[in-house]
Design a binder for this molecule. Structure first.
Ligand code: ADP
Ligand code: MG
Length: 563
């Protein structure tokens, strides 16, 4: 429930300008989405961001009364009394972001749904004049699936001085991109999509694996040279002790950048451009780094809320710590420890070779005379190929094979469908229903035969008569909503592609499934005949290669087989 803060609490909140530039709008809207428990956050920017910023999430949304209050000053669902300031665990707490953004923009439109039958749209027009109270605000019903979208247009249109102080559109977008990247890397459990002028510039998969987020942001070179770590340190200040939990992923010292802004830190979930913490991370690398080079990594800190003061800076760039030096020392020591474990060094060396031997491999050559020689954890097939040991991710390989088979099947004859007997009843949100309406041919081509219940339009209830059964495994009728959403929001040029990718993953061998020897051999063979054997449909690698030279070096032998 959203309420208005009392004057005492308000007076304790750091005052100042929240909206300095387009990136500050993005920070506030992304933090609201994360506070709402979003699993996916999509950010769209037009031009330098003053044209248009739109952030949508699939979080818990707001009921109508809350949505109307949210754009007012000092209204928040996150604090109820001044005392809460010391224990606040959410990213927001001031209740100032939405009204400040509305005041700085010509137009703010918030569309939200908390899971009820219909959503709410709140529009605030007219910038400065509009924020004195109810004036300029309209509230109306709107169709939307659960979650919230905030669209801001004409930012700073009546603040010419502010607008003039902005850098070029490219530079302003780069700031936005930095902010989104920081969150994408410190929250790998959330899927982030960033678009600029309609072009997708960043997508993370939301798998909760640092390596996947690093892969999306920095590419395979950095991702394959990174190791995750997890540490816990005692700190104390004025006789009071606390535990700092530190985790993240550190790229090995051969991956460096010229600037320190590729060290991504967060404190209690808040991604920050904190120079002291970044320095502490770099200090942890110490002499492992070449002169003048900076590390790449993700470091997250968790401390008791009372040890952190998020209230020191209106734009929330920095935080205060009860003892900043002790925290910095804890970070430095954790990073140093993580980098000095023998384990990491060895995996570092292997990773180095993994990457260089992966890149130049030719499809035909590597799968030609490849022999499955073992299995690891029921997940990976170990294969011998020439002078390399190949490790095949069974699940990813299967997805790739399925995907290419599906694509072929759809291109020639469509996907097999099986009837659901008796037909299943599925209800779609108004938005999904509209999307189904607009994409019905495509959805049917994919194997769903769907009839509107009672024949009436817009009832939202459907009878699912057939479902796709790709490779003989039928979809659950409930998947209709996902499929409709996939078709409508697919980022690929052909809307079928996104769907095929999801279908491909559906009947895959699940982690831990045991394959017989013959099946394993057939899987690898089929992977070899794929058009794109080296990545799964979502872009993750299917095969890693370890060159024999790695073993020669690792075991201190002077040469290969005879050495
Ligand atoms: P704060 O985040 O400091 O509370 P804001 O002005 O950013 O203040 O938001 C006001 C309130 O609106 C929040 O407390 C929250 O209840 C609600 N809200 C804002 N954005 C979202 C969102 N994306 N999803 C759900 N609720 C939201
Ligand atoms: Mg907020």
């Amino acid at each position: 429930m959203i309420r208005r803060l009392d004057p005492e609490t308000r007076s304790k909140i750091a005052a100042g300008e929240v909206v300095a530039r387009p990136a500050s709008v993005v920070i506030e809207l992304v933090e609201n989405a994360l506070d709402a428990g979003a699993e996916t956050v999509e950010i769209e920017v037009g031009g330098d961001g003053t044209e248009r910023i739109r952030v949508s999430d699939d979080g818990r949304g707001m009921a109508e009364a809350d949505a109307a209050l949210a754009v007012e000053r000092h209204t928040t669902s996150k604090l109820s009394a001044a005392g809460d300031l010391e224990t606040v665990e959410t990213l927001g707490f001031r209740g100032e972001a939405l009204p400040s953004i509305a005041a700085a923009a010509a137009h703010l439109e918030l569309t939200t749904n908390d899971g009820g039958p219909r959503g709410t749209r709140v529009v605030v027009d007219g910038g400065e004049q509009a924020t004195g109270g109810e004036h300029g605000k309209t509230v109306s019903p709107a169709g939307r699936a659960r979650g919230t979208t905030v669209e801001v247009t004409g930012l700073f249109s009546d603040r010419p001085a502010r607008k003039k102080s902005l850098a070029s559109p490219k530079a302003e977008f780069a700031r936005v991109s930095a902010v989104v990247t920081r969150y994408a890397l410190t929250r790998p459990d959330v899927r982030f999509v960033l678009r600029h002028d309609g072009r997708e510039t960043l997508t993370t998969p939301g798998t909760d694996r640092f390596a996947d987020a690093l892969l999306a942001v920095y590419g395979r070179d950095a991702a394959s040279h990174a190791s995750t770590f997890d540490a816990s340190r005692e700190v104390s200040a004025a006789g009071e002790a606390a535990t700092v939990e530190i985790d993240g992923a550190l790229c090995h010292p051969e991956v460096t950048r010229s600037r320190r802004d590729h060290v991504h830190v967060s404190v209690n979930g808040r991604a920050l451009a904190e120079p002291r913490l970044r320095r502490a991370v770099a200090d942890g690398y110490g002499t492992l780094l070449p002169d003048g080079r900076e590390p790449v990594g993700v470091v997250r800190l968790r401390l008791p809320p009372a040890w952190v003061d998020h209230n020191v800076h209106p734009a929330k760039d920095e935080v205060g710590f009860r003892d900043a030096d002790a925290v910095a020392e804890a970070v430095e020591a954790s990073v140093r420890d993580a980098l000095s474990t023998a384990d990491l060094r060895r995996s570092g060396e292997v990773a180095m070779d993994l990457d260089s031997s992966l890149a130049p491999v030719e499809a035909a050559s590597v799968f030609d005379d490849l022999r499955v020689i073992g299995r690891f954890r029921g997940l990976y097939l170990l294969c011998e190929a020439d002078d390399e040991l190949l490790v095949v991710d069974q699940h990813a390989a299967h997805e790739r094979i399925n995907y290419e088979r599906l694509r072929e099947a759809v291109e020639s004859a469509g996907i097999d469908a099986v009837s659901v007997d008796p037909p299943a009843t599925v209800s779609l949100s108004p938005t999904d229903a509209a999307l189904l309406d607009a994409n019905r041919d495509l959805v049917e081509q994919l194997g769903f035969r769907v009839a509107e219940f009672g024949g009436g339009s817009g009832s939202g209830t459907y009878r699912v008569e057939t479902v796709p059964a790709p490779l003989g495994r039928p979809f659950a009728p409930d998947a209709l909503a996902d499929v409709v959403a996939d078709v409508a929001t697919g980022d690929d040029a052909d809307p079928r592609t996104a769907l095929l990718k999801d279908l491909a993953c559906h009947p895959s061998i699940k982690a831990g499934d045991d394959l017989g020897d013959d099946e394993a051999a057939r899987l690898v063979e089929r992977l070899g005949s794929c058009e794109t054997p080296y990545t799964c449909p979502h872009g993750r690698p299917t095969v890693l290669a370890i060159d024999e030279k790695t073993f020669v070096r690792g075991f201190g032998r002077r040469s290969g087989r005879l050495g």
